[in-house]
Write a protein that binds this ligand. Structure first.
Ligand code: MG
Length: 281
């Protein structure tokens, strides 16, 4: 009997929440995008590490013990990347977009050529067919060398975790924008700790560790989602609390949801991606 009553209460809670979702409530008036754009403090600009090739130590030879045979050579950052570990789900390895869909389930409109995925502006976002809970995501992205626009209009894209929480992708190299909208930000919530951008044409790397939220009966967070982001090997978000959806206009919303896809944003700029893989945690 007691169990039945608890079940009935739970059911009532769900039904009343659904009723609220369907009902039209007044929306806040007069909210402009600029009301949630904070420019100060700007994240400090740093230079991320480079890819360095070294040679094996000779067993015996002409070099001094403990010294490399030659000085480490810096190699082109565009030429080297680490492939997916054996337990990862490969989302894009350069060969095709079997793991992805476009808007409304259509085939993705983005271009795949030479092992690289490029946004075709105007074709809409693409998202994974699979949905995820907690995960580690690796994704590499490169900004157009043909520099156009400034602030948010330069090389903008984004990575939406569980389809709703955006980690910003932006050409933030010698291009200031509001701090909470920079590369590595949780869009309009948390600025990155530093700006670790590589120049346009080079490859940036994000390693994103995400912990999904849990919900109360009313759909708000019981435990908030958290995210750690490394940008080119540098921590830019350190187990940061995500406050809700990453809105362009207005404040974050909290709504109950299940597992969700990784969505890549089409913001009208031909940003390139490669080597995308994910490990479920
Ligand atoms: Mg964006």
């Amino acid at each position: 009997m007691k169990k039945l009553m608890i079940l009935a209460f739970c059911l009532l809670g769900v039904l009343s929440a659904r009723g609220q979702e369907q009902k039209e409530y007044p929306k806040p008036k007069g909210m402009q995008p600029r009301h949630t754009e904070f420019w100060l403090p700007q994240p400090p600009v740093i230079t991320p590490g480079s890819f360095v090739a070294t040679v094996d130590m000779p067993v015996s030879g002409k070099v001094k013990k403990g010294q490399p045979a030659t000085a480490p050579a810096t190699v082109g950052a565009s030429d080297i990347y680490v492939t997916a570990p054996s337990d990862a789900i490969v989302l894009f390895d350069g060969s095709g977009l079997e793991e992805w869909v476009g808007p409304k389930g259509a085939a993705p409109g983005w271009q795949v050529a030479d092992g690289v995925l490029t946004i075709v502006p105007g074709t809409g976002e693409i998202g994974t067919k699979r949905v995820f809970h907690d995960f580690q995501l690796h994704i590499e992205w490169s900004e157009p060398v043909d520099i156009q626009g400034e602030s948010q209009e330069r090389g903008n894209s984004g990575i939406f975790l569980q389809g709703r929480y955006e980690i910003q992708v932006l050409d933030n190299y010698h291009n200031e924008t509001y701090a909470s909208g920079g590369a590595g930000s949780i869009y309009k919530q948390h600025a990155p700790l530093v700006n670790a951008m590589r120049a346009p044409g080079q490859w940036n790397v994000y390693d994103i560790i995400y912990e999904a939220p849990t919900f109360k009966k009313d759909g708000t967070f019981r435990t908030y989602p958290h995210v750690t982001v490394l940008h080119n090997g540098v921590v830019v978000q350190n187990h940061t609390e995500i406050l809700g959806t990453t809105e362009y206009v207005g404040f974050p919303h909290q709504r109950a949801h299940g597992d969700g896809p990784i969505i890549l944003q089409d913001h009208g700029n031909p940003v390139r991606f490669r080597n995308i893989w994910i490990r479920e945690l």
